[in-house]
Design a protein around this ligand. Structure first.
Ligand code: TZP
Length: 218
């Protein structure tokens, strides 16, 4: 791939402020409406995060979301599954600390797709950079019911501050972020955040998306 393509695709990622992780079981009216409403309201990066769908259903769902995100000019990331990221021509894949390492994921998805890595402390963040990740998830910032963490795993705003001081790769603070605590996350040095339940679970996902995006503009 040419240097120009690298630069422009990296810019697409850097420009994203609000990252939506969409899960069917968190959404009031299904993940389809939540994804489409948030795209219409300005979300520019969406992750498909489905742990309970069969591969076949995930493939069908992924193809639909691929169409919507492409029409909106938004980035699409597949959680956990490099094989399905390729199958639906997603822009990237997101992996946690217990999934395949970046090197193996890169062999599957190639160099033109993004690889995101969840990190829970500064050592993991540094390692993900060395491993060749394209962006990081940084959290959990606050307590969340969306994913199981032990008390000790809550990284908090201190982790956000550490990453802000050190990591130059694009990164998204994540975990329990909502319209009331977003300003504290931005004050701690985050310039991008990832959310799930606050948008998915909202009666009007588009309204919540606009609320959150407006706070970045302040
Ligand atoms: N990884 C760290 S926190 C989290 C994930 C997937 C959950 C984010 O969801 P919510 O609902 O915004 O707390």
């Amino acid at each position: 791939k040419s240097v120009l393509t690298c630069v422009s695709s990296q810019h697409r990622l850097e420009d994203c402020q609000l990252y939506l992780l969409a899960s069917e079981n968190l959404c009031h009216h299904g993940s389809g409406p939540a994804i489409r409403e948030s795209l219409a309201a300005g979300v520019r990066i969406v992750q498909i995060r489905e742990k309970e769908l069969s591969d076949r259903r995930l493939l069908e769902h992924g193809r639909r979301v691929r169409k919507w995100t492409r029409e909106a000019g938004a980035i699409l990331i597949m959680n956990d599954r490099p094989d399905l990221a390729v199958a639906i021509d997603a822009d990237g894949v997101h992996v946690g600390q217990d999934e395949l390492p970046v090197r193996e994921v890169r062999q599957i998805v190639g160099s033109r797709r993004f690889i995101g890595v969840s990190t829970h402390n500064i050592e993991q963040a540094r390692q993900a950079v060395l491993d060749g990740a394209d962006y990081l998830g940084v959290g959990p910032t606050f307590t969340t019911a969306t994913k199981n963490f032990t008390e000790a795993e809550y990284a908090g705003l201190d982790f956000v501050k550490q990453v802000a001081a050190e990591i130059t790769l694009p990164w998204f603070a994540i975990g329990g972020i909502n319209a009331d605590n977003l300003s504290a996350v931005l004050e701690a040095g985050a310039t991008r955040v990832a959310v799930s339940s606050v948008i998915c679970n909202h009666e009007h996902p588009g309204e919540m998306t606009r609320d959150l995006l407006e706070q970045f503009a302040r």
